[in-house]
Design a protein around this ligand. Structure first.
Ligand code: FES
Ligand SMILES: [Fe+2]
Length: 333
């Protein structure tokens, strides 16, 4: 499986602009977010990860369930990801061997004659709700701990043996997810930043936590399911290629963009096979094209821009405010 991974070289960009204002005043949004590819988290493994503005320990129980928990043991505060071990259903703290399952319940205190009563009633370690599908481990993040408000849909192309194994890419960027999605409705920049011959037209529609875009008369159809999952389908004749995007907020001003690109398997040598391969290369290449790809041009803008809460817009600017209204539902302060 090929993975493209590039970061714009240079110093990490600061969180404030030169006049001391925050580049991103908005908090991390709530939703389901990628925390690992399923195949990269084997039973018995654990690792420390940073996302949603803090550190977490990601682990997979020997019985198969994945968990994302706060790193610090509720007992005396040891870090579960430094010297801890997965044992059975639980992650065991190195200090006194208290153990916690993927829901945050304490499952064992090996030297206690009586378990503290609270351990029977409720989780004592903060644990994020987890679901696993499409080959991805997803964590539900909500700053107030509200339970999941929707489910991660199955992406047909990622669950069908008639599709090629997705080509994956990964791009860290110093901005927040709302800005990444705003790119998709900022039709004017496609001409001026990406050299598109014309400014494309498109229609956008919000539907609860979902967002739909139809661009260039059906050539590009975007389906978004909250901040952490976007499916983009490109159609030419009978050939459709699919880009599945699952950005992960590291903190309020840093995001790792991750994507998988796939299409139906076509018999070698057919015109469909050639067209699909070319379309896919074009989309993967958007990331690494030195002239017009998002790595070299969008990222330079994203890494250094400030968020304008009340931008001055003109009639050719596309549906930027509609997108922001849709996205604002995912912020809780
Ligand atoms: S600090 Fe974790 S078991 Fe004591
Ligand atoms: Fe762009």
């Amino acid at each position: 499986m090929s993975t493209v991974m590039k970061e714009v070289p240079g110093e990490p960009t600061p969180l404030s602009t030169s006049d001391g204002l925050e580049r991103s005043p908005l908090p991390v949004p709530y939703g389901w977010f990628w925390v690992s590819y399923s195949e990269d988290l084997k039973p018995g493994e654990h690792r420390n990860i940073e996302c949603f503005g803090q550190e977490w320990v990601l682990f997979r129980a020997e019985t198969g369930e994945a968990g994302v928990v706060d790193p610090y043991c509720p007992h005396l505060g040891a870090h579960l990801g430094h010297g801890g071990k997965v044992v059975g259903t639980s992650l065991r703290c190195p200090f006194h061997h208290w153990a916690y399952n993927t829901k945050g319940f304490c499952t064992s205190i090996p030297y206690a004659k009586v378990m503290p009563p609270i351990t029977k009633r409720q989780p004592i370690l903060k644990a994020l709700p987890i679901t696993e599908n499409n080959g991805i481990v997803w964590a539900w993040y909500h700053p107030k701990g509200v339970a999941p408000l929707w489910e991660v849909p199955l992406v047909p192309e990622l669950n069908d043996a008639n599709y090629i194994t997705p080509q994956r890419g990964e791009w860290p960027v110093n901005t927040f997810i709302q800005e990444l999605g705003e790119n998709g409705v900022d039709f004017a920049h496609l001409k001026f930043l990406h050299h598109s011959p014309v400014i494309p037209t498109g229609e956008c529609r919000a539907e609860g936590y979902k967002w739909h875009v139809n661009m260039a008369n059906g050539y590009i159809i975007i389906e978004q399911f909250g901040p952490g999952l976007q499916i983009v389908r490109f159609t030419k004749g009978t050939v459709v290629t699919t880009m599945v995007s699952y950005p992960q907020p590291i903190h309020k001003c840093r995001t790792v963009m991750r994507m998988g690109f796939t299409h139906r398997k076509y018999a070698a040598g057919t015109p469909e096979a050639t067209l699909a391969a070319n379309m896919l290369q074009e989309q993967v290449g958007q990331g690494v094209d030195a002239e017009a790809g998002f790595e070299s041009v969008d990222m330079i803008v994203w890494n250094n821009k400030r968020y304008r809460e009340q931008p001055l817009l003109c009639d050719g600017d596309g549906e930027i405010l509609k997108w922001r209204r849709y996205f604002s539902q995912f912020y809780v302060s």
